[in-house]
Design a protein. Structure first.
Length: 361
């Protein structure tokens, strides 16, 4: 990945941000700009140069992961070193990531920054990350492949059986993703049986699987830092007829959302296309979340497809977003179908290979 090109593109944005340097502290953003995979690092980016900083634990790791940058190792509190780098780069007005510092950390930095004016910025790096390059797309596809393999091995391979708990099934999926080549799970796996599927986000419990349950599975893998995200709702034995009808509505809503996901279409419009199908079925109040979100170095990142997305915010070509309508009926259960799609010039390309039709297992 061309981290130097990414930094150059960020430098081009400094004028629009009205700053002459940017302090990057959010780890996903540091990784995006430098390739560093550790848990603590910062980047001070000026117009003519940049400095990478981390602590002594990562001295050796940084030497082979971070190229083309001056590297500094600190053994004590970081704030003086960061302020010193800003001064050395000639910064008079420096931006910092609003979401990357606590109030206390900002106070400490301000104390040692001297005459450098510190101003908050929002999503300066994240805006660059909105459009994925070919290397990023390849890693997301790889992560999705591990999730697809786990679905085939565990779900289609007989892993649903009476008496298995939600926690056990979640573990089975996570282990299968690892065996399929994933570095790790992408996020905490959601497994919900029966009435528990009425919770959009559900922590797996000791609830056991019974005939007639719907089974909602929301899971993903991680490959070299990049995530995948997929939800499938299947039935263990014949499901209640009402949930069959709900499932048909959700499937139609997802198809409408995928069809609407094209370059230049507003985020609100994509959400509206799917939500209208659910509302026309009289279930609008049961679709209680946004339609989707970007996926990449973070499992939830911009753009966010919601009914209240910013006016004028549109899907760019090269974005990868989820399309995930859901309907949840308390006491009965719920259905969500989710796929990541790549926004191409010709429309949305679904990245998952796992079947979306209702499976009665």
């Amino acid at each position: 990945m061309d981290h130097g090109l990414r930094r150059a593109r960020l430098v081009e944005r400094l004028d629009a941000l009205e700053i002459d340097a940017l302090l990057v502290t959010r780890i996903p953003n540091v990784r995006y700009l430098t390739g560093f995979t550790g848990s603590n690092a910062q980047l001070v980016l000026g117009r003519q140069a940049a400095v990478f900083l981390t602590d002594g634990r990562y001295d050796e790791q940084a030497t082979h992961e971070v190229e083309g940058l001056e590297r500094r190792i600190y053994l004590d509190e970081r704030w003086g070193h960061l302020a010193g780098a800003l001064v050395e780069l000639g910064a008079r007005r420096a931006g910092f990531e609003r979401e990357g510092l606590t109030y206390g950390e900002w106070q400490r930095l301000a104390e040692v920054a001297g005459d450098v004016e510190l101003v908050p910025t929002t999503a300066a790096v994240e805006e660059l990350r909105r459009v994925k390059d070919p290397d990023e797309i390849a890693l997301i596809v790889r992560a999705q492949g591990a999730a697809d393999a786990a679905f085939e091995t565990v779900v289609l391979g007989g892993g649903l059986r009476e008496g298995i708990t939600e926690r056990e099934l979640a573990y089975d999926l996570e282990l299968a993703m690892r065996r399929a080549g994933a570095d790790d799970k992408g996020f905490d796996t959601i497994v919900a049986f029966g009435e528990n599927a009425a919770e959009p986000h559900h922590d797996p419990t000791e609830r056991t699987l019974r005939r007639g349950d719907v089974v909602k599975l929301d899971f993903g893998a991680r490959a070299e830092g990049y995530h995948s995200d997929m939800t499938r709702t299947v039935a263990f034995g014949e499901p209640p007829e009402r949930l069959r009808r709900v499932r048909e509505v959700v499937a139609a809503a997802q198809s409408a959302g995928v069809e609407a996901a094209r370059p230049g279409v507003s985020l609100r419009e994509v959400d509206r296309a799917a939500r209208a199908v659910v509302e026309e079925a009289g279930l609008g109040e049961r679709f209680s979340h946004g339609l989707g979100h970007g996926v990449g170095l973070e499992i939830h990142e911009i753009p966010f497809l919601r009914r209240d997305s910013p006016e004028g915010d549109v899907l760019p070509e090269g974005a990868i977003v989820t399309i995930e309508p859901g309907v949840y009926v308390p006491g009965l259960g719920g259905v969500r179908i989710e796929d990541m799609v790549e926004v191409t010039a010709d429309g949305a390309r679904v990245l998952a290979a796992s079947p979306r039709e209702l499976l009665v297992l």
